[in-house]
Design a protein around this ligand. Sequence first.
Ligand SMILES: NC(=O)c1ccc[n+]([C@@H]2O[C@H](COP(=O)([O-])OP(=O)(O)OC[C@H]3O[C@@H](n4cnc5c(N)ncnc54)[C@H](OP(=O)(O)O)[C@@H]3O)[C@@H](O)[C@H]2O)c1
Length: 238
Amino acid sequence: MSDRLVGRVAFVTGAGSGIGAAIARSLSSDGANLVLLGRRRATLDETARQLGGASVSIECDVRSSESVDRALRQGLDRFERIDMLVNNAGIFGPEPFEETTPDIWDDVITTNLSGAYLWSHAAWPHLRETQGQIVNVSSIAGTRGFRGCSAYCASKFGLNGLSEVLALEGEPLGIRVFSVCPGSVDTPLWHPHSTEPERDRMMDVETIASLVLWLVTSDRGVAVQPVVITNFRDPFER
Ligand SMILES: NC(=O)c1ccc[n+]([C@@H]2O[C@H](COP(=O)([O-])OP(=O)(O)OC[C@H]3O[C@@H](n4cnc5c(N)ncnc54)[C@H](OP(=O)(O)O)[C@@H]3O)[C@@H](O)[C@H]2O)c1
């Protein structure tokens, strides 16, 4: 437990499970106040119970600008500022390109890419005030193609492009923007699509959360390109 983030406020989308919940725990353990965002209230409250510090659970669907604007207002009402925005909410549904219907395509792109745009755009003026930071949870699938992941790869490549532009436009304003690109991580996202032996070979969520904590507490002079983090045991690498 450290206190580097005391007085800071982090908004984390998809904070009710997996990587988002781990990031929330990690930022909280360093003193940050947490705004936990997602569609399922019960899972957000479960994350809240795991935190040492103050937090608020707010239901939000990142696909809707009205929902994002309302959740931002509610979070600001509670903690009065935003210092860190973690765009982590995401969905994954591997299917061959031929089976990627327009509805599947829209849902993946709207959640994984437009959700990060909506949150970043709404929070931007507030992040200017606090000299804040954005962490986009992208994927190794945003750096190269994987069979059966056309919509997912497109969304994460797009997210990396958005991150790069926001990092450039944010720099003169004092806003830092990072993109984290994990390989396979053992989370509920994989449960319908993998076997237990495969999940045993994935990274754990704390590895990604530690990286995010390092990024947001790093020297402000440090500029970081998209960070690809994977392990040698990754079941889908070899
Ligand atoms: N696990 C991996 O191997 C891996 C690797 C690279 C990148 N990632 C990325 O890591 C991020 C987190 O995924 P995870 O692995 O931790 O899976 P997860 O446990 O399924 O978490 C995804 C979270 O996103 C939330 N979410 C989904 N759609 C949403 C929406 N429309 N509005 C608000 N929240 C929404 C979900 O909560 P609700 O359903 O309650 O809304 C859930 O808490 C994703 O962006 C994923 O692409 C994962």
